[in-house]
Design a protein around this ligand. Structure first.
Ligand code: ATP
Length: 433
């Protein structure tokens, strides 16, 4: 198989080195190039400093077939990338008339006079292919390899600007320049609230099989991504291998365990809302330790009003009684964090909202408030619907934030399992247990 072309990524901006924002460009570009059959051999971040940017770029140019730089294309003194690139490639900077016109038009449209120094953004290395920026001011550019210099892609810093530009660069420049590179397919299966170790065990022989199609597990507070990666030369063969591996994984974990498939970026709340909308079901939430996080996760998604009818945050015992009709005697006898209280909260929320299904969460997020019987991390959940009510106790690890995030995800996953008639507890398909 062809060797993947080597890419180096350079992020520029002193703010990155001062820790003001994370270098997500390096992360997202790495993923993109990996999926496109390249090997990313290094990242660097450099401040707005001409000699250091020069040294970083020089180093990258000696060890890559393609260098990708982001940021540093603005109009100010400290935006040095265009000068450093032109210098190292031995090219003059030439004004791009269309880029200049686009800059002027952008300012005209906003009713602002363009400061003359901004026009420097249209000065690009001679012979480059301009990547016009319809989403911001700084144009990017692509330099094909010249003599001993590898290809270079210079992009502005903001992700919403460089994303569409790099798509064009792939179509028009990069794909043709590296035609023989391996092809890759990345396919993700997203699973919620299943122990990573259980999944690991169920899939262990597939990890070993993995030369042909790699398998990886990535876990983060109750969200596990099972990632399938196939590398090869032929698209049809890659599709076949991914589909064969997917079938083996589903055979072990159960068809319905993943809440979504395919895409890398997707959330449980999106999947739950889609499943509820499909069935025309409505939901209410009654939260204590999550402080409204479950309702917030759902209402972050446009169109959630068709599903979420109401949400309560009942933190005190009085509020549980007053707002949801929980019998104070139940709280007194069993405690606020108990099966009985969780059930009464869910039943109350369903009754008061008229929703088809209600979910309640009541737990001890910590750091204080735990006991031997109910340690920090103990959380009770209850579901109430026309079939009756179901309650579950879970004990989550970690600090307050972790317990609350696990709880939010568990609440959503319990509702999803209830409406799909899946076992609320089984971590995996019965055949694999
Ligand atoms: P412009 O001046 O037109 O915004 P630029 O190319 O000069 O473009 P910078 O000034 O370096 O870009 O960065 C602009 C913004 O882009 C930053 O404030 C930040 O929000 C985002 N950004 C820049 N680099 C990165 C990075 N490596 N990771 C994530 N975001 C970044």
């Amino acid at each position: 198989m062809a060797r993947p072309p080597r890419v180096r990524i350079i992020s520029t901006g002193s703010e990155i080195l001062q820790g003001l924002y994370p270098d997500t460009n390096a992360q997202n570009l790495s993923r993109l190039f990996f999926e496109q059959g390249f090997e990313v051999v290094g990242h660097s971040a450099v401040g707005d400093h001409r000699p250091r940017t020069r040294a970083t770029l020089e180093n990258a140019l000696s060890d890559a077939e393609l260098v990708v730089m982001t940021g540093g294309l603005g109009p100010t003194e400290d935006d040095v990338n265009r000068f450093v690139i032109a210098e190292l490639y031995g090219l003059a900077l030439v004004r791009d008339a269309r880029a200049e016109e686009m800059l002027r038009e952008r300012f005209r449209y906003r009713g602002i006079t363009m400061p003359e120094r901004n026009v420097v953004q249209a000065d690009l290395p001679a012979g480059c292919r301009t990547l016009y920026n319809h989403w911001g001011t700084a144009p990017g550019f692509f330099l094909p390899p010249v003599q001993a210099r590898p290809a270079l892609l210079a992009l502005p810093g903001p992700p919403k600007e460089w994303r569409p530009m790099i798509e064009r660069a792939f179509e028009e420049e990069i794909s043709d320049l590296f035609p023989g590179r391996p092809r890759r397919r990345v396919y993700s299966l997203h699973v919620s609230m299943t122990a990573e170790s259980t999944l690991n065990e169920a899939l262990s022989d597939l990890f070993r099989e993995g030369q042909d199609t790699e398998l990886a597990l990535l876990a983060n507070r109750g969200h596990i991504r099972i990632r399938l990666i196939a590398t090869g030369e032929d698209d049809a063969d890659l599709d076949r291998r991914i589909s064969a591996m997917r079938a083996k994984v589903l055979d072990r974990i159960g068809e319905k365990l993943p809440y979504s498939e395919g895409q890398d970026a997707t959330t449980l709340e999106e999947a739950l809302l889609a499943a509820m909308q499909q069935r025309g079901l409505t939901l209410a939430t009654a939260e204590s330790c999550t402080g409204g996080w479950v309702a917030k996760a759902l209402t972050d998604i446009a169109g959630s009003s068709a599903t979420l009818v109401a949400g309560w945050v009942t933190y005190s015992n009085e509020a549980k009684a007053r707002e949801l009709g929980v019998d104070p005697g139940v709280i007194e006898e069993h405690g606020a964090v108990s099966e009985e209280t969780a059930r009464a909260m869910a039943e109350g929320a369903r009754r008061k909202s008229g929703a088809d299904i209600a979910i309640s969460v009541t737990g001890i997020a910590g750091p204080s408030g735990g006991s031997e019987e109910k340690p920090v991390g103990t959380v009770w959940f209850a579901l109430s619907d026309a079939r009756g009510s179901e309650a579950r106790r879970r004990v989550f690890p970690g600090d307050r934030d972790a317990v609350r995030e696990f709880s939010m995800r568990q609440a959503l996953e319990l509702v999803r399992r209830r409406i799909l008639s899946l076992d609320l507890d089984a971590p995996l398909h019965p055949s694999s247990l």
